[in-house]
Structures are given as C-alpha cells and as structure tokens.
Design a protein around this ligand. Sequence first.
Ligand SMILES: Cc1cc2nc3c(=O)[nH]c(=O)nc-3n(C[C@H](O)[C@H](O)[C@H](O)COP(=O)(O)OP(=O)(O)OC[C@H]3O[C@@H](n4cnc5c(N)ncnc54)[C@H](O)[C@@H]3O)c2cc1C
Length: 476
Amino acid sequence: MRQNVTIIGGGITGLTAAYWLRRRAPDVGIMLIEASGHLGGKIGTERFEGFVLEWGPDCFLSRKPGGVALCEALGITAELVGRDPRYERTFVRRHGRLHPLPAGLSGMIPTNLDALTHSSLLSAAAVERIAQEPDLPPQMENGDESVADFVTRRLGREAFENLIEPLMGGIYAGRADQLSLAATFPQLRQLERKHGSLLKGLTQNQPAKDEPAHPPFVSFPEGMQTLVERLVTQLDGVEILLDTAVSRIEKSVNGYRLAVMGQSPILRLHSGQVRHLQSQAVILTTPTFVSSRLLAELDTGLAAALADIPYASTALVNLAFDEADVPELDGYGYVIPLVEGSEALACTWSSRKWHGRAPDGKVLLRVYIGRYGDDDVTAYDDGRLLSIAQNEIRQMLDITTEPLFQRIIRYPRAMPQYNLGHLDRITHIKTKLAAHPGLFMAGAAFHGVGIPDCIVSAETAVEEVIGQLPHYKGTL
Ligand SMILES: Cc1cc2nc3c(=O)[nH]c(=O)nc-3n(C[C@H](O)[C@H](O)[C@H](O)COP(=O)(O)OP(=O)(O)OC[C@H]3O[C@@H](n4cnc5c(N)ncnc54)[C@H](O)[C@@H]3O)c2cc1C
C-alpha cells in the first residue's frame, strides 16, 4: 500500500514541506489541508488598480539560507528584487520627530562611532557609553538573559531604547524585556563570549566577504504572493484541500486518524460535517496554540507545552494617497520605540521601499499596529485602527487628507514570542513529540519567525519524515 503523509497548514512552512517531500519521496502520497481558502498563510498580496498591497510580510532576508535556496530550487531567483536604492534611508521616531538611522549598523548593533556622533538619535552621553563597550568585562555565566538586559548591559539604556528596541520590536512585535537573547539573537551572546565585546567582535577578525549575490532584503515585483504562486505550480500530485480544518488528531493502528471539517469538494464534505482521514505520518505547521488543541486528547502534556508559547496580535493598515497630498518621502519608512508610547510599531513607505507598488502619481504607506503585552488590537474596529494609523501619519508626515482607499488586515495571535526560556520550551516539546513516531512539527514558533527560518524548519521536518518512513513500509 502507498505510504502517505498529511501536512496541516498551507502557509509557507506547509507548502515548502509539501514541495520537498514531493521531490525527496515522489512515491509517497501527500495531502495538504488548509483551513482557509487561501494558500500562503501570513503571506498574501493584493494587486488592485496598479497597487501591490502586502497583507503580511513584504520581503525576506537573503543572507539566511532558506529563502534564496528555495527560490533557486524553484528556478525563480532571477525574479527577486531588492529595495529601491534611490530611497535607502530608514528613520526612528523619537521625542515626536524622525531621526535617520545612523550609518554603520551591523545587524542592529552600531559599529561606526563617528556616524553615531553625528546622529540626532543618540545623546553624546549615549555615544560615549557605546564607545566604552569594548572595555566592559564579558559576562560568561550560562543561562538565558533578556534582549533588553543584554543590550543595556553592553551598550547602555539609551542605545537600547532609541535604537535596538525599535529595530527588534519590528521583527517580533515583542517586548525586549521578555524576549530571550539565546532564542532570538544568539550570535550577540557568542560575540561577547568569543571576543569579550560586541564591538570588538564585529569590527575585528571579520573575514573579507564576497559581493553578495542578492540584496539583503528581497521580494518580487508583484509581491510576496509570487513565492507562494511559484511553489504551488510545482506541487503536482499533492492533494490540496482548502476550506478544510483539522479539528482533532488521534493515534490509529497504522499512524494517525484526523478529524476534518469544512467544505471540501474533494472529500464531498459539506459545512458542519466531520470526516475522518488516515495518515501514516503528519506534519503540523499550524500555530502552536492550534496544534495544542488538535493534540489535546492524544497527549495532554504535549498539548500543554505547545499552549505555553505566547503569541502577539498585530494589525496592518495600508493607505493609498495622491502623491500631491503627501510630503517628499525620502526613505523606506520609520520604526517607533516602545518608549514613545504609541500603539503603532512602524510605518513603511511601501511605494518608496519597493519599486512599482503604486501607480504613477500615487503613494502607498502601511502602518503596523500592536505589540505583545498591549491590548489585542485585532479586537479594535476598523474606525479605531484607521484612526491610530491616520494620527500617526498626521503627526509624523503631516498627511491630513483622507486616503484614496485603505486596507485593514488583522492578525490575531500571529507572531510567536520567543520569551525567556523559549529554547527549553522547544526542547521539552521535541522530547514529548519523540514519543509519537510519525508526528512532526515545523513553523514559525520553533527556530525563527522569518520566512527563511520557516522554510528551513519545513525542510528539517521533511528529512525527519523521510528518516522514519521506511519503518512504515507496508504497514497500511
Ligand atoms: C504582519 C506580519 C509581517 C511579517 N513580516 C515579515 C517579513 O517581512 N519577513 C519575514 O521573513 N517574515 C515576516 N513575518 C513572519 C512570517 O510571515 C511568518 O512567520 C510566516 O509566514 C509563518 O509561516 P507558517 O507557514 O509557519 O505559518 P502561517 O503562515 O501562520 O500558516 C499556518 C497555516 O495553518 C492554517 N491553519 C490553522 N489552523 C488550521 C487547522 N485547524 N487546519 C488546517 N489548517 C489550519 C492557517 O490558516 C495558515 O494558513 C511577518 C508576520 C506577520 C504577521
């Protein structure tokens, strides 16, 4: 009997898992089950009257291997585009005005002290404090530390609040005083241990780097959905069920029994009906609070460990304007430190950051709202989210006209938080999971929230599945 694997979730993790499984094990039957009618999960692009509006991520990092490697496998690297070099500037909102991000950041860490002295973002005392970093003794004890504690200890409070916290906040929509350094930026801790200092480590002994093949942040002319579309065209033979949600997973004699609900024509399933499917192996790529629910009866301990990972809710407000109603925007946008006390996290000038995101004479902006620990902004109505976004751009960019149109996207519990102890939580989950051969997990909650991390986690899960498949041979 043919071996079969079911992938739950049709985000980038699930689609990548389907793609690699199809390539690595072409004789295995693959079914992908997605609760919504859309493939791509958090990734989604709307193309509307010449605008290219991102509903979620607007790019991925090329230096992390997973994303570009997948594009190479799909044969689409020639389609990758970088940010528009004409506007290569980012700002930080501080004390109610915009300051250019100082030059010479390595990742988020400032290494060019000269550039810092000319920056309006940091006081002379803050720059002096950063300059002392190489002389501070390293802390060699083991144990997790928050990003806030680490950065403040090494570079001082002001550098943390004005510079590093807003850059980091944009990635995780998180609280730096709760985020685990070991889980989010382990390379910073390693620099301290190896070189005794971040600045020494970043400026000394750096091997000469070859010219990178791609710009640091990449997307596609028609938006991130292109990645999903190209992936999907290479999933021949994968049975994809849309509008179908898995509601429970149980053990069965030959693997797992999945309860599914939805409106799948393939399963002849109508709304409200439940059907059961058998699968030898299952890859869960759902958010961990969903996976927890699905596994609640199979393994209460595993379900509890999965439910322990917190998530932040965020909302995005895309706004379109006539260029004549907007001041000159010379940059990619700005980030907003927590200490500014705003519900907005950042404002991206999308049609400056990416060429071709708005028709000639029009401008596209987007405001990110909500961070972990604040009120759940996805519960706000459209009027309130729009008003937060409009207040933000009124204050900072002096835009007072009504937008031509807006798109408001809510992401309830979207961003897993790698809080203190995260790596221990993941180890605990993996240990529990090992008691269930044929059950695998991948996705943003484990070893990185970025798209390349999700892609790598899918590839790892596929290798694990393939490693176990021979044990299932002939058992169905
Ligand atoms: C607003 C925002 C901006 C971001 N920006 C960037 C960026 O610029 N660059 C970057 O690299 N990363 C970015 N990220 C992070 C990145 O987009 C995500 O971490 C990544 O897309 C997650 O992919 P995934 O497949 O693991 O999960 P998801 O995309 O969440 O996919 C999970 C899928 O499972 C489905 N599902 C849920 N329950 C069930 C069920 N019971 N049965 C069947 N299916 C189910 C869901 O419908 C969903 O499609 C951003 C995230 C957000 C929210």
